[in-house]
Design a protein. Structure first.
Length: 386
């Protein structure tokens, strides 16, 4: 029995790790030399078996660690590649913007030369030019000036798009943002459309999706509504007038809505290189007029009605207006255009804060300013300039 056990130990030592194999061979030698040490050798065999089992367990753990290490390395590599892509994109946009600036500068020089030529001709008088060519010369100069002006406008728009793309690619998307949208007033659904539960989308031209700091300096000019998409609002399905309340309400015309999203969809699309995306949106039930938006009615400042709507929105979430950050808190001395930021007038705040901001007017003729309707906003990369 002892000899058999010694043979088994020697056989096991062949495939065992070095340290375990040495113990097995020593135990086999002891068994072969003295049969009386069978019991201690059995203990040695148990130790050897335990060591072998531990070695196998450690090998499995090392294998798992290698797998985890590989997974982490792959994830790290993917993140690094995304960062490098974003950096390259921003670098490319910077080059495009620099090229656009050069074109604009050269166009300005050409326009100056053309204007100088026009002035010289006027000083000399068309009388020195053959009668048959006077009209042609005048039209040619005018066409050249007009053509350069249109070219400059296209380049300026391109530069505006580049700046928009750069801003979207670099800003934090996970913050509440606000925008103003112009859209066609909803048409009432037919009985067949309602029976089919059809959902209609309305084309909408919207501004950038802005945080508080951007809202404070927004001027709401027509060129700012340069992001086209499609909007579907719940109130548009519920009534012929789209559930709208206010002086701008109506069917068949254009309405202006103040809208908000929990995340910056434009920034997310720019960073992920997404072609088309639809996100939840909330818009004011009441419409606003162009005059109210530009600060030309109801004693409003330009864009103040948007800031009032924002405060009312948070008040409806049971957040006191006094706790909501405002443009006065944003520490903005002046905007990029050299003008002061827009602020909400203290007289209005004193009037609405006792009511908690709920179900109050944001301006004359706009009741229920805190009421919002939910829906969706569909954006495309091409329309956003990404």
């Amino acid at each position: 029995m002892t000899a058999k056990l010694a043979a088994l130990l020697i056989a096991a030592s062949i495939s065992a790790p070095p340290a375990v194999a040495l113990n097995l061979r020593q135990s086999a030698a002891v068994l072969g030399a003295n049969k009386s040490v069978a019991v201690p050798c059995k203990d040695a065999v148990s130790v050897a078996r335990k060591q072998l089992k531990d070695a196998v367990t450690k090998g499995k753990l090392f294998a798992k660690l290698n797998i985890y290490s590989g997974t982490l390395e792959a994830a790290s590599k993917a993140v690094k590649e995304d960062v490098e892509k974003t950096q390259k994109k921003l670098k490319t946009l910077g080059k495009e913007e620099a090229a656009a600036n050069k074109v604009i500068a050269s166009i300005a020089e050409v326009k100056t030369e053309l204007e100088n030529t026009r002035k010289k001709i006027e000083a000399i008088g068309l009388g020195s030019i053959p009668v048959g060519l006077q009209s042609e010369v005048t039209v040619t100069i005018q066409n050249a000036v007009d053509g350069e002006a249109k070219k400059a406008e296209r380049v300026f728009q391109r530069r505006l798009d580049i700046s928009s793309r750069k801003a979207a690619a670099s800003r934090n998307p996970f913050q509440r943002v606000w925008m103003v949208c112009k859209k066609a007033a909803p048409q009432p659904l037919s009985e067949d459309e309602m029976a089919a539960d059809m959902q209609t989308l309305s084309p909408a031209n919207c501004t950038e999706q802005m945080s508080l700091e951007s809202l404070c300096c927004a001027r709401w000019e027509n060129k700012d509504f340069n992001h086209s998409g499609f909007m579907m609002l719940a109130s548009s399905k519920s009534s012929a007038s789209g559930g709208m309340i206010g002086p701008a309400s109506g069917i068949g015309g254009e309405v202006i809505k103040v809208c908000t999203q929990a995340s910056d969809g434009m920034a997310l699309m720019a960073q992920a290189h997404t072609e088309v995306a639809t996100m939840p949106v909330e818009c004011t039930t009441a419409d606003i007029t162009p005059e109210q938006l530009k600060g030309e009615a109801d004693g409003l400042q330009p864009g103040e009605i948007v800031l009032r709507t924002r405060l009312n929105y948070f008040a409806k979430q049971q957040i006191p207006m006094s706790s909501v950050p405002t443009c006065s808190d944003a520490d903005i001395a002046s905007c990029s255009d050299g003008k002061k930021p827009t602020i909400v007038q203290s007289a209005w705040l004193e009037k609405v804060q006792p009511h908690g901001g709920l179900l109050v007017q944001v301006a004359e003729g706009n009741f229920n300013g805190a009421l919002m309707t939910s829906g969706s906003y569909t954006m495309t990369a091409a329309a956003m300039g990404f």
